[in-house]
Structures are given as C-alpha cells and as structure tokens.
Design a protein around this ligand. Structure first.
Ligand code: PHE
Length: 368
C-alpha cells in the first residue's frame, strides 16, 4: 500500500517520513538471515517495485515545485537509513540487547584437532617408504573375490582362505564366484589392481582399512588397518626385500633395532617370510612384552609368486592380447604387509587395541 500525501507542508512531510523511517527500523531489527536481508533490500530498494521507488513516484509527481527539494532530501535520508541497516544488520538487530561485556571472564578455549594416533602411525610408515621412492596407492574396502583371493592364488575353497575369515556382503550367492563382493581381508588386492593398471617398475605402499570375522580382544579387532608394499622390476631380489624392510624398521623404531626373517607361508608370495624385530622394550634380553624371546613378530612378506604375475597377465591380456609386461622371466618383485595398530601399539606402548577406537578423550589427548 502506497500512502498518498494530501499536504506538502513541513509538518506533513515530517510525519509521513517518520512513519516510513519507523517501518525501516522495525524491519532492520529482524534481519537475522541473509535471506531476510535480501528480502528487505528488494522490498525497499528494488529497482521497479521497491517501496522507495513507488513512494517517490507517487509523491514527487503531485508535489508542488517548492516541495520537491525537501522531499528529495528526505528520500535521500531514508535511503541512507536503509543502506546502513543492510551494511550492519547485526548491529541494527541487536542494538537493543547489547549489554556490558565482562572482559574478566575467561575466553572460549578451542582445542586444535590432532591426527589420530593410528593415522599418524600410518603417515610415519608411509613417509619412510616415500623416502625410498615408493608412492601411495589406495583401493576399495568392498572388494570382489577375484582381487581379494583368486588373483592372489587363493583358489576357491582353498583352506588358506580360512586364515582370513571373511565378512561377506549379503546376497552374493547368485553371482559367479569371482565377482562376489566381500569386505577386503587385507590390502593385497590393491597389488593386483595396481599391476593390472600399470607396467613395471612399480614401487608402492598401500595403507588402508581391512575387515575380518575376528572376535575383538586386547590385540585383535574385526576392523583394522594395514600397510602393504609392492616393488616390481627387473632384478628385484630377496636381498632388496631384506634391505628395504631392515631400513624401514630401523627408521621407525631406532637404529639399534635388528630384524630377522623366518620362513612362513602366503599363497601369493614364494618364498614367504615373517619378519621379527628385536624387542624394543628390553633390547632383546627378554621381557613380558616379547614373551621372553627377545623378538617381536611384526609383518609378513615374500617374493611375488609367479602365479600372481600369471593372473595379472591373464587380466591384462583381456585388453592387450600380446601383453607380457609381467613375464616372470623378465621381472620379479617383493611384497610385504604390516598391521598399523600393532605398530602404533609398539610406538606408544599401548596395551589394548580397543583404546584406538574408544574415542576416549583421556586416551587421545595424550597424542596432542
Ligand atoms: N596380506 C597378508 C596378510 O594380511 C600380509 C602380506 C602382504 C604377506 C604381502 C606377504 C606379502 O596377512
């Protein structure tokens, strides 16, 4: 509604503009959202339908010549008031409620976030390998049977699968066995994904989350983290594997740490080994932590089994029938896999894996 002016004397103008100015002031106090501000701006300053425009059209047109100047001045003042309300809507809105500020009250302490101890252990390990020229690769946590098992030389129904009791995705029985989905039990499937996608030489580490149908206890969790390593190229030998892991363990746990390699078995490496480090708690003399043996088992490793290269080659030949980038006569490789929780527990002397997942600030604050 546009009010019409019947009288252009000073008192009438004063009264008419006071009404408009009150209206502006009341609305300005409500500008708590940007949406409200924009509506307010359009309502008053809109080029075609804004109230300021409509009112000035209506009033100026019928104004006697001598009333034009006082009218124009008042319109300008009103416009300024609207613009000021838009510049400082918070002040306009809260001016009525501002109270004294007690500067002796303590401020709000904001605690800066920190990396979770598992993530920082992961970064530490990854950094050691980056310094050796490895890069990082990632893969999916929901994996197919082919990548998690078959291509890694675990045949269907092979007993070696029992060592990694799997969490299946529901409703997969209708699919061919190689396509069935599961939560990956290790980061090794990313070895396969990388080799299918890239030619040698390859030097990668693969950090990530893995899942196993394990009961939780002080050292086990059905969800945990691994860091996988893969190095493939001409002339890669078991000595390269030993030298690389020995260097990595010394970088992580101190130069006094010794490593030793024990024969082991993994379907996808041959020969395979478990790596032990001299106990970092007692220096090797024997204590409760190392069960008085002086050694702590930390990771699995081995030379890439030719059956793995064969599976990779078969897959690559679906795209390029002549592919022989992974011919075991030309290249060799080593792989390793370690548990991040176990390393973090060693680095920080944590005795229960559950602390990492509890979200208990008293535990986490120790890493700040
Ligand atoms: N994937 C194995 C496991 O989870 C570890 C491993 C990785 C062993 C690479 C050898 C080579 O137990």
């Amino acid at each position: 509604m546009i009010p019409q002016l019947s009288n252009y004397d000073e008192a009438s103008l004063e009264a008419a503009f006071a009404t408009l100015s009150d209206e502006v002031r009341q609305q300005a106090a409500e500008l708590k959202t940007t949406e409200a501000q924009e509506n307010f701006r359009l309502n008053w300053l809109g080029r075609k339908q804004g109230r300021l425009k409509l009112v000035s059209d209506a009033w100026l047109k019928s104004a006697p010549a001598e009333a034009r100047k006082p009218l124009g001045m008042r319109f300008n003042q009103l416009k300024q008031q609207i613009e000021q309300a838009l510049e400082a809507p918070a002040a306009a809105a809260s001016s009525a409620t501002v109270q004294g500020i007690d500067i002796t009250l303590p401020g709000t302490v904001r605690q800066p976030g920190i990396a979770h101890p598992l993530i920082s252990a992961m970064h530490e390990v990854v950094r050691v390998f980056h310094q050796l020229g490895f890069s990082t690769n990632l893969g999916p946590q929901v994996e197919s049977d082919f990548y998690n098992f078959e291509a890694l030389n675990f045949p269907p129904n092979h007993p070696a699968r029992d060592t990694q009791d799997t969490l299946q995705i529901a409703g997969q029985q209708v699919r061919p066995s190689r396509d069935r989905l599961l939560m990956r039990t290790h980061t090794s499937p990313v070895q396969i994904r990388t080799m299918i996608a890239q030619e040698p030489p390859i030097r990668i580490v693969i950090p990530g989350k893995v899942h196993r149908n394990d009961a939780a206890d002080a050292t086990h969790s059905p969800i945990f983290h691994q860091i996988e390593g893969l190095c493939v190229g001409p002339d890669i030998t078991f000595s390269d594997l030993k030298g690389t892991l020995d260097h990595a363990m010394k970088s992580l746990f101190g130069s006094a740490v010794k490593t030793r390699f024990f024969p082991s078995f993994f379907p996808f490496t041959e020969p395979s080994a478990d790596v032990q480090i001299s106990c970092i708690f007692c220096g090797g003399s024997g204590c409760r932590k190392c069960k008085h043996s002086g050694w702590i088992e930390l990771l699995g490793c081995g030379m890439v089994d030719p059956a793995v290269f064969a599976a990779v080659t078969a897959e690559r030949r679906r795209v390029n029938p002549d592919d022989d980038a992974y011919d075991p006569a030309k290249i060799a490789g080593f792989a390793f896999g370690m548990g991040v929780e176990r390393i973090a527990m060693m680095l920080h002397g944590v005795s229960d894996i559950g602390h990492f997942y509890s979200g208990d600030m008293r535990f986490l604050e120790q890493f700040a």
